[in-house]
Design a protein around this ligand. Structure first.
Ligand code: PXP
Length: 238
């Protein structure tokens, strides 16, 4: 039964649309925890389009579960993470123009950069995860660079969900990658594009420990409220 991490970035997206103080992602994180979230994820993007440093600082202080900070390998943000010391960091690729994280980090092409970043984060006591595509080479290289965890990108699975043949193919890729990662001693998480329809098959993959889900929960919360949206997802995941 995987744990549920709720990504609160899009509460901050609404706030930043008017550069106001509301809705506050820190308040949202408290509501998510009360509704059963096992952790809170926030992505501090280089362009600061949603989450701000102030949010990360406060989340680090007030959460009673744990903070999973998503970030690109950029010198400023790395410095900030080492200072703030979230429980977990998930390193992701980042492109300025993308609407959301489009693919996994290419670990094999950035081996030395990732090796140093992971080493630095781990030295600060931060458990470090790499957001990767479900691919054998990426899993094996994640071990080489010293990662503790891999988060498997479920975006391709989510995109083809209504095409059963392609869905099954993507599920198979995820199962194989999850199995290999566990065999090699990594913790396996998954996320991206998961929603109330497609989450159950991913939650049933043996050994997946955490699912990080954002957009679908916040979108539902607009209509039913955040508490109910998190509870309904938690029921599906568990
Ligand atoms: N995991 C990672 C590493 C991500 O970058 C994102 C998106 O910020 C998510 C999970 C959550 O994806 P979604 O918002 O599609 O649920």
């Amino acid at each position: 039964m995987p744990k549920l991490g709720v990504n609160i970035d899009h509460i901050a997206t609404i706030r930043q649309a008017r550069r106001e103080q509301q809705p506050d992602p820190v308040v949202a994180a408290g509501i998510c925890e009360l509704a059963g979230a096992d952790s809170i994820t926030a992505h501090l993007r280089e362009d600061r389009r949603h989450i701000q440093e102030r949010d990360v600082r406060l989340l680090r202080q007030i959460l009673s579960t744990k903070l999973n900070l998503e970030m690109a390998v950029s010198p400023d943000i790395l410095r900030f993470a080492v200072l703030i010391k979230p429980k977990d960091v998930c390193l992701v690729p980042e492109k300025r123009k993308e609407l959301t994280t489009e693919g996994g980090i290419d670990v094999s092409r950035q081996k030395s950069k990732l090796y140093s970043a992971v080493k630095r984060l781990k030295k600060a006591g931060i458990r470090t995860s790499l957001f990767i595509d479900p691919d054998e080479l990426q899993v094996r290289t994640a071990v080489d660079v010293g990662a503790d965890v891999v988060e498997l990108h479920t975006g391709s699975y989510a995109r083809v969900f209504f095409d059963i043949k392609r869905r099954n193919k993507e599920l198979e890729r995820l199962k194989i990658a999850a199995g290999l990662a566990q065999q090699l001693g990594l913790q396996v998480n998954a996320g991206h594009g998961l929603d109330y329809h497609n989450v159950s098959a991913i939650a049933s993959i043996p050994g997946i420990e955490e699912l990080n889900i954002g957009f679908s929960i916040i979108a539902r919360a607009v209509f039913v409220g955040l508490d109910r949206a998190v509870r309904e997802m938690k029921d599906l995941v568990g």
